[in-house]
Design a protein around this ligand. Structure first.
Ligand code: NAP
Length: 231
């Protein structure tokens, strides 16, 4: 494959929302799911989020468990996987937690029209990859990530980046933890926002597993590709 193996991992409410109508992060899963996610992070080569998530939540995207960090070091890797932000206009604040916390490579994917001044500032903190005219070209980005040795990539949202990745046919598996709460709100981010598919374009999935974890369910799906109309 000329791109990494790509998984989207997200937590959503029982009504499919990723966060509140104010786009503020809420606790959806519990300790066991947190550990599962930390383990996934520790096993992957890179973690990717959209700029919307950075501006809303300012996540550090680090591996939290000291044992998992030590195991990565023992295997000759950085403590954290490479952390990637998809950010067409190079808006990532230079004081973001992703820069402040943890060791490891930071990558900012920007478009070719990103303001040069912003790009220059980010280049002091991260590897900047340019692709796409006005928006980051996610397919080209995936190819470039593979070229620099990223074989497994975990996308951790948000709603718009999930759409970008899914609509470009770049996702192999989806892991969603469905938590025991309702968030509601027509404008609250859902698992996949963006433009949406029309009936002829719907994406088909195959269920890999459904597992009860604490008070929620972890669903693992394999992405099958475009579903035939009527099926
Ligand atoms: P997002 O998906 O994190 O970032 C979207 C942004 O990425 C776009 O607006 C766009 O901004 C950039 N982008 C660049 N190229 C793109 C492309 N080709 N396709 C798609 N996006 C591209 O932002 P969001 O939709 O606002 O989601 C953020 C929300 O999700 C927050 O409320 C956060 O709390 C929540 N969240 C929840 C979870 C969870 O697991 N529950 C995980 C993550 C986030 P530019 O045009 O500026 O590049």
């Amino acid at each position: 494959m000329d791109r990494p193996f790509i998984i989207i991992n997200s937590a959503m409410s029982a009504d499919g929302k990723l966060s509140t109508k104010e786009r503020k992060q809420v606790r959806i899963s519990g300790k066991l799911d947190f550990e599962r996610m930390d383990e996934l992070r520790a096993r992957t080569d890179a973690i990717m989020v959209g700029i919307g998530t950075v501006l809303s939540d300012d996540p550090s995207l680090t591996v939290k468990s000291p044992e998992r960090k030590a195991a990565r070091r023992a295997a000759g890797k950085n403590e954290n996987p490479a952390r990637i932000i998809v950010d067409s206009s190079a808006r990532t604040p230079i004081n973001s937690d992703i820069f402040k916390k943890g060791e490891g490579t930071r990558i900012i994917a920007v478009s070719n029209s990103a303001p040069a001044g912003n790009v220059e500032k980010l280049e002091k903190q991260a590897l900047v990859i340019k692709t796409g005219n006005d928006k980051v070209d996610l397919s080209e980005l995936a190819g470039k990530l593979k070229e620099i040795g990223i074989n497994t990539l975990m996308v951790e949202g948000g709603a718009t980046l999930n759409w970008g990745m899914l609509s470009a046919g770049l996702v192999d598996e989806i892991y969603t933890f469905v938590g025991n709460l309702i968030i509601g709100g027509a404008t609250a981010p859902t698992f996949t926002d963006g433009e949406g598919f029309s009936e002829a374009e719907l994406l088909g999935l195959e269920l890999i597993s459904a597992e009860k974890i604490e008070e929620g369910v972890l669903l693992k799906w394999k992405v099958k590709g475009k579903r035939n109309k009527g099926l």
